[in-house]
Design a protein around this ligand. Structure first.
Ligand code: PLP
Length: 391
């Protein structure tokens, strides 16, 4: 039997995909499944974006594009970055990537190897840890604590940096918790990083537009003093409901951009032109569909939090960003993974156990608000009944 090298024993998964697959099988068997497991907006890509892709195909945009992405698409990203952050970036520093994830791989592959520590949020997006282990670096979890609103603590983060630390991964607004790190905390973190010039930062800002209650996202781009060691990950998947298009972008320091271009040439050559032209339409076109989606997510996060807080043994912090709630279920008497599995199999509610996002995820489940208000309400009723009956 042919087996892969050891690095592939150290590659993880994103359990959300396995849950989605199981939910689809159960639904195919005729079961009534409500899916609150999914990390993709339940909205269609706005029509003008789809039209731009169709036009691009009709106009003959069928060939390779530059590895870094079309200049026009990179310029659109610069305009969007300037509008969102007030900061100017050059198209020379932008990479158009096949989704947000390839930037994680590129950054972690470029900076990680045996003997290197990489700091990442826990609970956090599972691919960070998976990729860190894959490249042989040591994953060092930065705790995202409920009592701290699931935000980064500058003090705790800085205390984990050692001479071996090569990369710090930040994510705000955060998956799976909906936590948003306040600007004052990021100010402190960046000030502290001055003492650690050997540490690069990858800031995953894919949920940048999804903040509520007047809470504003603070981009790490706002700090010119770290620009020469900052990688920013962003993309079209969440903001414009384009998860399946595989369209992301990242902003790289001068010292790394040529390497990520080479990685692209070696691995995927480029992102297809119709998607890139659609990506320009997304950035420059009307944003009312985005606003409508945000209004729905805002309403649903309050709805789901209120409903969950009504269940015995469950307590849920109101998420400040993204579109997930991360209720604490530790007082229900259940462990998170068995509960998530039983809820899917017995109650027909798909969601993700907190441990799929890290060791500190035990005691929590992730509930996605990417479903209708009615379905969210029905799902929480089912969870409540399940918890009562399973006593
Ligand atoms: N970063 C975070 C925090 C995410 O939650 C996700 C998707 O769930 C991604 C990145 C990946 O986005 P993409 O689907 O564009 O690869």
């Amino acid at each position: 039997m042919i087996e892969p090298v050891a690095a592939f024993d150290r590659i993880g998964e994103e359990n959300a995909f396995a849950v989605l697959a199981r939910a689809t099988v159960l639904a195919g068997e005729g079961r009534d499944i409500i899916n609150l497991g999914i990390g993709q907006p339940d909205f269609k890509t706005p029509a003008h974006i789809v039209e731009a892709a169709i036009k691009a195909l009709r106009d003959g945009h069928h060939g390779y594009t530059p590895a870094a992405g079309l200049l026009e698409t990179r310029e659109a990203v610069c305009r969007r970055t300037s509008t969102m952050t007030g900061m100017e970036v050059s198209p020379e520093n932008i990479m158009i990537m096949p989704g947000g994830k390839p930037t994680m791989y590129a950054a972690i592959r470029m900076l990680g190897e045996a003997g290197v520590d990489i700091l990442y949020p826990d609970p956090g997006f599972p691919i960070y840890r998976s990729m860190i282990e894959h490249v042989g670096a040591r994953p060092v979890p930065v705790p995202m604590r409920e009592e701290n609103g699931f935000a980064f603590s500058a003090e705790e983060t800085l205390s984990l940096i050692t001479p071996q630390t090569r990369l710090l991964i930040l994510n705000s607004p955060a998956n799976p918790t909906g936590g948003v790190t306040p600007k004052a905390e990021i100010d402190k973190l960046v000030a502290g990083l001055a003492a650690h010039p050997h540490v690069a930062i990858m800031s995953d800002e894919i949920y940048d537009v999804m903040t509520y209650d007047g809470e504003r996202h603070t981009s790490l781009l706002s700090y010119p003093e770290i620009r020469d060691r900052l990688i920013v990950l962003n993309g079209w998947s969440k903001t414009w409901a384009m998860t399946g298009w595989r369209m992301g972008w990242s902003i790289w320091p001068d010292s790394l951009i040529s390497y990520v271009r080479k990685l692209a040439v070696n691995c995927w050559s480029c992102v297809n032109a119709p998607s890139q032209l659609a990506g320009i339409a997304a950035i420059d076109g009307p944003q009312d569909a985005v606003a409508d989606m945000l209004t729905a997510f805002d309403r649903r996060r309050t709805l789901v939090t209120d409903l969950l807080n009504g269940l015995p043994g469950v307590s849920c912090v109101l998420p400040k960003g993204a579109f997930y709630a991360f209720p604490n279920i530790s007082k229900t008497g259940w462990k998170a993974k068995p509960l998530a599995s039983a809820l899917l199999e017995q109650a027909g509610v798909a969601l993700i156990g907190g441990p799929d996002f890290g060791v500190l995820g035990e005691g929590y489940i992730r509930v996605s608000c990417a479903n209708s208000d009615d379905n969210i309400e029905k799902a929480v009723i089912r969870i409540g009944e399940f918890l009562k009956d399973a006593k």
